[in-house]
Each structure stands twice: as structure tokens, then as C-alpha cells.
Write a protein that binds this ligand. Structure first.
Ligand code: MG
Ligand code: MG
Length: 266
């Protein structure tokens, strides 16, 4: 069953979501060739605790870290490692926090240094698809309207693979609540969206095939063809007229611009 949230509960959730955004922005400030995803995870873990919250993922079904760190062909659920990130890599950082009884859960794919034009396009289109999904996340629509918008834009217009096995979800006192929010589907189908629902919308988009496999570490999901994948996630409260986005990429994008300016100075 779907757990509907009061206005006051949505404000608490906004606090959790914005702390995730802030954590991702702090990661954005230090991500560069040479740093490891293990270091980024330790940094995020400490930042979350220093802000009076608990990392949601740590211990969730025995996941051992605060962040999922998925590099290049890893789609989601990657383990942080001590390998140094290299110029041209991409890394999807997925983080959750639990604060005041509610979870926030957001993800962002970062470019490490300068990446190829085709990778840049994958990142741009995947992020845009998230906002196209969010446009449909309003009272009276259905989950399938969000799903269709994301799939149409990424698959039909750009020829990318839309991961089928993993989906967005309701969010609240639990990290994963109903309904499921797939990134593929038909308009006018699925659960009806109603005021008070809070959902995580999270397109996972592959440059090549939609097919994935489980790495032998038991967690990491990788693309079957080894091509890169991107992942962006926002938390959204359903209301009338226009979705209320509880998380924010503003500070992350400002940090990315600052990094780009810094590297062009040399
Ligand atoms: Mg997430
Ligand atoms: Mg999620």
C-alpha cells in the first residue's frame, strides 16, 4: 500500500532530500582524477553523520557502504573501491540519508575530468529524461505517464537502452515503498498519482544494450556490452499542477562549473 504524507511530513522529507543533495555537492567539489570512490564514500559517510543523519544504505540488506559508486559500465549498486578514478571515467553516486524519521535518496552521475562527447551526451540526455519524467509526476496522472516520458526520450529519440530490472520507488519512513516507478511503460497505465505521494524517480540509462548482469560481488549491476551507463535520481512530492522536487542539483551543478573553470585555467 502507498503511504501518503502530510504537508509537515513532506517538509521533513525535503530536509532529508536536501541533505543528500548537499552530500552530493560536497562530493562534486572533490571528485577528480586520482581520487578513489572509497575516499569519496568515507567523505560522504562522515558528512552525513556530521549533519545529524544516518546513511540509509549502510547495512541495508547488508550493503556495507554509505554510497553506491558505479563507475563506467556499472549501472547501479557498485561498491566503492580503492582504485584511482581516471580522466574520462564517469561515476554514478547514489546516496541516501535517514533523518527525522524519513529517508532522502538521490543520485548523480559525475564526469571525471574531461569525458568524450558521446559520454557527455549520455549524461545530458539521462538527466533531461529525469525532468521529462518529473513533468508528468502530477496529481491525476499515472506512473506509466512518467515511465513513458523517460523511455520515449532516451530510447526512441536517442537510441539508448532503458534498464528494465531496476526501478524508482515510493519513499518515506522506508527507503523503498510502493509504488514502483519504472523507466519504461505505457501512458495512462499503472498506479494513479495522488497528492501526498512521495516518489524517487531514477532513470538508469545505458549507452548501448538495455541488458545487464550481476557482478560476482553480488551487488554491482553492469551493462552486458560493457558500454557506460548513467543514473540520476530526484525525490518528488506529488501535488496538483506541478511536481514539488524535494532534492536539488543546483549546488552540484555549481560545483561542476567551478571545476570546469578551474581546469580551463591551466
Ligand atoms: Mg538512490
Ligand atoms: Mg532510489
Amino acid at each position: 500500500m502507498v503511504h501518503y504524507k502530510s504537508k509537515a511530513e513532506i517538509e521533513l522529507m525535503r530536509e532529508s532530500s536536501l541533505l543528500v543533495s548537499k552530500t552530493l555537492a560536497e562530493v562534486a567539489k572533490i571528485i577528480r582524477p586520482g581520487i578513489s570512490t572509497f575516499e569519496l564514500d568515507q567523505f560522504a559517510d562522515t558528512f552525513i553523520k556530521d549533519n545529524g543523519a544516518v546513511p540509509s544504505f549502510k547495512g541495508y540488506q547488508d550493503f556495507p557502504y554509505a554510497c553506491c559508486m558505479s563507475v563506467n559500465d556499472a549501472v547501479v549498486h557498485g561498491f566503492p573501491t580503492k582504485d584511482a578514478l581516471k580522466e574520462g571515467d564517469i561515476v554514478s553516486v547514489d546516496v541516501g540519508v535517514f533523518k527525522n524519521g524519513f529517508h532522502g535518496d538521490s543520485a548523480y552521475t559525475f564526469a571525471v575530468g574531461e569525458v568524450s562527447a558521446e559520454v557527455k551526451q549520455l549524461l545530458r540526455v539521462t538527466k533531461e529524461s529525469l525532468y521529462k519524467g518529473i513533468e508528468k509526476a502530477v496529481h491525476g496522472n499515472r506512473v506509466g505517464d512518467i515511465a513513458y516520458a523517460i523511455q520515449h526520450y532516451t530510447q526512441k529519440e536517442h537510441g539508448y537502452g532503458v534498464v528494465r530490472e531496476l526501478v524508482g520507488h515510493g519513499l518515506g519512513r522506508k527507503l523503498h515503498e510502493e509504488p514502483q516507478v519504472p523507466n519504461y511503460g505505457k501512458r495512462g497505465t499503472g498506479e494513479k498519482l495522488k497528492e501526498g505521494m512521495v516518489i524517487a524517480i531514477e532513470p538508469m540509462i545505458n549507452m548501448g544494450t538495455k541488458n545487464i548482469y550481476h557482478d560476482k560481488d553480488g551487488w554491482t549491476i553492469r551493462t552486458e556490452d560493457g558500454k557506460p551507463a548513467a543514473h540520476y535520481e530526484h525525490n518528488v512530492a506529488i501535488q496538483r499542477g506541478k511536481a514539488d522536487i524535494l532534492s536539488s542539483f543546483a549546488e552540484i551543478e555549481a560545483a561542476e562549473r567551478a571545476n570546469a573553470n578551474l581546469s580551463s585555467d591551466y
